[in-house]
Design a protein around this ligand. Structure first.
Ligand code: UDP
Length: 238
């Protein structure tokens, strides 16, 4: 069997990835399936860290636009990511995979506080580390948290699991003729405003040479194929 191409990865999952066919919340079957995919990669000897979004429960920007204070709405969004982190932790532990949730906001009864060296230690011990509460700061996104944490823990790559199997020239749902990019540069993503991650996250990756692969988390086995270096999704690099 081919050896994995990475020893430490950061997987970014949007909150919507946990929703399945629903329009809100967490679908347990979907979370179980994602947990199985993570286990497969972990079993292959890859250290796995995860940043999870909260859009399935709360989207700060949308609520702020409705008249709520933006920072308050963003804190609610961050708390939503902690709920998702706990749901994923539960699913991983049901599979026998030791998992730690490290939160950027202090909620000691629920999760360990985020401490960089502790996160690295957990990973070295083979535990899956889930980073909750984004960066801990309003006005940011979990995409930015993913780039930041990947850099902090010296992950080799950010794997962004989405509903679509890469970045397309147009929305493949409404435009069936849309083509998938195999490779993009950070600059192309920024200049063309392509839907990879928000500009802050992309800029952070660009400035620190952190490669990104966008792939479908709904496609069975895709995560493992990405980790094995097989042609899958869209890669973004220099
Ligand atoms: N959020 C924030 N700071 C962060 C990360 C997240 O304020 O560092 C808030 C923000 O309101 C955001 C929400 O949490 O809308 C959920 O995160 P995100 O939208 O990134 O989740 P996803 O789209 O990946 O589900």
């Amino acid at each position: 069997m081919t050896a994995p191409g990475y020893t430490r990865i950061l997987l970014k999952l949007s909150g919507e990835a946990l929703m399945g066919e629903g329009t809100y919340g967490v679908d347990r079957d979907v979370v179980h399936r994602i947990a199985c995919e993570i286990k497969e990669v972990n079993d292959a000897g890859v250290q796995v860290s995860v940043v999870i979004g909260g859009g399935n429960i709360f989207r700060g920007m949308a609520k702020a636009a409705e008249g709520m204070d933006r920072a308050t709405a963003d804190y609610m969004g961050m708390l939503a990511t902690v709920m998702n982190a706990l749901a994923l932790q539960d699913a991983l532990e049901h599979l026998g995979l030791p998992t730690r949730v490290l939160s950027a906001l202090h909620i000691e009864q629920v999760a360990e506080p985020y401490i960089r060296r502790r996160a690295i230690r957990h990973l070295e011990r083979g535990r899956v580390v889930i980073f909750g509460a984004g960066t801990g700061n309003p006005f940011f996104t979990t995409d930015t948290a993913a780039s930041l944490r990947a850099m902090e823990i010296n992950a080799q790559i950010v794997l962004k699991g989405t509903k679509v199997d890469g970045v397309y020239t147009d929305d493949p749902v409404t435009h069936p003729e849309a083509m998938r990019y195999r490779e993009l540069s950070y600059q192309q993503v920024l200049e063309q405003g392509l839907q990879v991650m928000d500009a802050t996250a992309i800029t952070l990756c660009r400035d620190n040479d952190m490669p990104i692969i966008v792939f479908s988390i709904n496609k069975p086995g895709a995560l493992m194929r990405v980790v094995l270096g097989e042609e899958e999704g869209t890669s973004v690099r220099k």
